[in-house]
Write a protein that binds this ligand. Structure first.
Ligand SMILES: [Zn+2]
Length: 373
């Protein structure tokens, strides 16, 4: 599976300047190439190379391979739209390949206009470094240099399992598992509330500076959501792997319908919580760990009694069954139903309770195809 690693470079002041100047030089070259491409209507990489390579190589302080990368960057930009002349920001990202970037003992060795540099780095997913494949982008983000490196990580073989952990998303909590584990949204709510207060006071001003501040706030919130989603999905996948179980979640297309907000305040809170992202993380992490992940239809999962399968009553946080007297946490009850669905879909011959219903959902696709890997 292809993943992108975010690697933070730790350059010295001198190396930082070299990296920055490299971005400026390369992007200036891109603008010159773009001018040629647009004026002569040449958008094919081979033809553009023929036209631009020598003039660019002789007038810019760039290595041969970097000139090739620049031509490629311009071509890629025109693939999207040829109607307007493409212009590149002086500090925009540039792409490296194995000829101009490699990993050495001291860190990352990469070509810059100040010569080849060896720069130490930090990477939170060191274990994927042996799987480096393909290109890497050099990016300057908020005054820090990063390498976004493509890796191709082998997927672990998915084992046959008999039981599933059911995961219920976001009625009142972020996720509740069928074993009762609860990932609640208290911290998220606190953070969101804090930001929305600041946002409201800033928004009323409407100045240029306040727009900048708003943008920064939304970035911080997104990062918080993303960190939480990473942590939650990692824990769920680890749990499933250690218990030798699969993971059953509700079909992605049903999630927005299921998390029906009761109030406007709840609506913004729930909708903005990125369930889609959480599912994506769950999907790729389980694939990497060889954990089976399936999506089940969301119909009835919150109204069915997990003990006797009768339709019961959901009232706020509680679920009550008039048939068998079962009183349970509503989300946990739903998670148990999702787990049962998972078992039924996985091994229909071993379960009998849902089989007749399962047949009606022959359109079920594994979640992998829903989120595109
Ligand atoms: Zn019941």
């Amino acid at each position: 599976m292809k993943l992108t690693l975010q690697i933070k470079l730790l350059p010295t002041q001198k190396q930082f300047t070299s990296l920055k100047n490299t971005l400026i030089e390369a992007n200036t070259a891109c603008n010159t190439i773009s001018e040629t491409a647009f004026t002569n209507k040449i958008y094919n990489q081979f033809k553009l190379h023929h036209q631009c390579y020598h003039p660019i190589k002789s007038s810019f302080n760039l290595s041969a391979q970097m000139v090739v990368r620049c031509i490629s960057k311009v071509c890629d930009a025109y693939k999207i739209d040829k109607k307007v002349k493409r212009e590149f920001r002086p500090l925009g990202a540039i792409t490296y390949d194995a000829r101009i970037l490699s990993y050495v003992k001291e860190g990352i060795s990469l070509w810059t206009i100040g010569g080849r540099l060896k720069i130490p780095f930090v990477c939170h997913n060191q274990k994927y470094l042996p799987y480096i494949k393909g290109e890497a982008d050099l990016v300057l983000k908020k005054g820090k240099f990063y390498i976004f490196q493509t890796v191709e990580v082998p997927e672990e073989e998915i084992k046959d399992i008999e039981e599933f952990i059911g995961v219920d998303f976001g009625q009142t909590d972020i996720a509740v598992l069928s074993d009762g584990t609860n990932y609640n949204s208290d911290q998220l709510k606190t953070v969101r509330k804090k930001y929305s207060k600041v946002r409201a006071s800033v928004q009323s001003k409407g100045t240029k500076g306040s727009k900048k501040l708003l943008k920064r706030l939304s970035g911080k919130e997104k990062r918080f959501v993303s960190i939480s989603n990473h942590a939650i999905s990692k824990q769920i996948v680890q749990k499933a792997k250690s218990e030798n179980k699969g993971i059953a979640i509700e079909d992605l297309t049903g999630i927005r319908k299921t998390a029906k907000p009761k109030s406007k305040a709840q609506k913004t809170e729930l909708n903005r919580w990125s369930f889609y992202q959480l599912i994506q993380f769950l999907s790729y992490k389980s694939l990497l760990s060889g954990v089976k992940l399936i999506a089940v239809p969301p119909a009835y999962t919150s109204q069915t009694c997990s003990c006797c399968n009768h339709i019961g009553i959901r009232k706020g946080k509680h679920f009550r069954c008039e048939n068998c007297g079962n009183i349970a946490d509503a989300d946990e009850n739903a998670a148990l139903n999702i787990a049962a669905w998972g078992n039924a879909i996985n091994l229909p011959e071993k379960t009998n309770m849902f089989c007749s219903i399962v047949d009606h959902f022959s359109v079920l696709k594994p979640i992998r195809s829903l989120v595109g890997g």
